[in-house]
Ligand binder design. Sequence first.
Ligand code: BGC
Length: 763
Amino acid sequence: MRYSKRLKRLLFIVAIGLLPLISVGQLALKFTPAEIGKIISQMTSEEKSLIVTGAKRRNVYPAALPGLRLKDIAGVGGYTYPFLKHGIPSIMLSDGPAGLRIAPRRLNDTADYYCTAFPVATLMACTWNVELAEKVGAAMGKEALEYGVDILLAPGMNIQRDPLGGRNFEYYSEDPYLTGKMAASLVRGIQSKGVGASIKHFAVNNQETNRRIIDAVVSERALREIYLEGFKIAVKEADPWTVMSSYNKINGVYTSESSALLDTILRKEWNFKGIVVSDWYAGKDPVAQVKAGNDLLMPGLQAWSDAIDSAISNKIIPESTINTNIARILSLVTKTATYSNYPFSNKPDLVQHAKLARMAASEGMVLLKNNTLPLKKTMKRVAAFGNYSYKLVPGGTGSGMVNNRYTVSTVQGLKAAGLKVDQELEAYYAEYLKQAIPESLKEDSLITAMPKPDKVLDERPLSTELIKKAAIENDIALITIMRVFGEGGDRNPDRSFHLTGEERLLIQKVSEAFRKKNKKTIVVLNVGGIIEMASWVSMVDVVLLAWQPGQEGGSAIADILTGNVNPSGKLSSTIPVKYEDVPTAKNFPGTPAKNPVKVIHDEDIYIGYRYFSTRQVKSLYEFGYGLSYTTFNYSNLVLDRNVLHDSVVVTVKITNAGKLPGKEIAQLYISAPAGELQKPALELKGFQKTRLLMPGESQVIKFIVRASNMASFHTKKSCWITEKGNYTFKIGASSNDIRLKKELRLDNDIVIEKVFKVLSPQP
Ligand code: BGC
């Protein structure tokens, strides 16, 4: 008895002693989901206005707010407002699409907090591997969880409308189906770890120029079929915890202020159950945002909550509206790791994740041209040209960047794979890079601020003698061309899309010198978006589109060059012969040219391969294209019926007909019959990547296509309709390389779904 009393007293003393170590958030008595209604009814209008606006606005170290976790996460994107008295903790939201972005260092802290830089979304889309995307999502989610972040602000899933889009690297594709499927997988992966995803930027945020004011003028059909479709797939298939509304307007209304978009389409039609978060500082009118159902305004400004507070008091915002928004926020809070006091370790398994990043990187690089690879065992000596052969850029700039501990350069990757790199060239570039790398990358700037993106370094002209000597002393030449860009600006056609004079000269001189010696030249494109290639590609023997492959990029490039990995990536967007060939060139980034306020989507639904195939414009490399070191045969295309009712099962056999193991991506396109609505010549309706097939091995793959997946949007009738007639099912190795086809008849029109008449362009 006495013993137990003493023990109790001892425990009490220990508990008191531990108090300062336990976060305030954890101590607070948490509300339960059943209490949400009661809590809301007890809130003042000021409290309500605070809960719907993020807490970062006060610009104070968050621990100063009662209820916030004591240990703030430096560099986190934002956090919600805590209320100790209601038992509401603050939850943390942070970027982004290629991995968690937090500051790697903290004040008065010797530990570090690096994250894994995974390949950018475009590379992930080029894997066409949904299982892999889910694994990457799970790894990103785990890093967020272990660093105490509740919501990962990813994936970005806007359509790559124009090659000059400054954030294209954060997005997947020009095609909504591929976009939706990849995004859904990433979301499933992230959320499998108990961390929420935020699919963004909803919607039609396809450019950076004037992104906060630009009005995207777009037809209802293009909206439904192209710009909303990917989001719809992700919402329906992966149930994201949050959707992030975008900066721009659609047909005259800010997306964050559009109840047509956020309520009618997202909630009523798609049955979205999570919360809508605004993009950071988006929109103009916080009251209109709240009324439209944009639940949480981030990152939070005092002026916003003041305006909302007074609008609640003056009944401009109906009680029921604000209460619904808050109920949604609170029910999201109950799902988070913070709410359940997850004891985050600050120690995610970065070693395992690096292996995954390497694997993913090699699977999404696209081999565009090949007369040489894989390198023969005798080809050991590599002459590496171009600054970025020595300094790979893992991702783009802005909120999509990751603070990773290291990046493996191509040269490091090649050396680790047992190749020899020309030492004279290496020394030449080392000296140049040393003096050219900006001071801002110095270590201690990482503590308080995000490091600045690398400056793009001009290529230093090389003497003809040095190149000639390299051609004598090495077996092969490798040239890297790099492009980096990101949030806040679109690409400049001259400086970013085209080669610079120095780059062109480098390719010319090196390829000539090596050709004279009967040796080959490889070009590696370390780019966040496509570049002009038609004018120089014939000069070189190999082009590997390595994208921005994340921190293990150099190892992944070496894996492909040496044949350790057989490339299996295929393009998720078309590479045109010249920029002027893309259907948006005349309408990007909008009008007036100097300071655009409007961008008219004249091309309507004819984006990317939909345009190139329908209007029969030749591309340089088409959507879905990519080379392998082996070849694949397609056979036995079977549709389980000739006449369509609800759905059809499509099977096809893929055989590895070459000499090396490899994976193939089979693509199912459908050509619709002529009907009342105009249709693109081709539309992607299914894809599958095989497992690694050994030479001679086959795999039968199966697609299930529903009548609803084949529908087009009928603007006048506000419905999705699958029109009668003969549909051609085409199985291709790319959008141009159709290997097999079969017809399927539909006897009567099927109205798939009636929808609301909303978001029409203003007359
Ligand atoms: C970007 C978002 C990002 C947010 C928070 C915004 O500027 O557009 O993609 O999630 O900042 O960092």
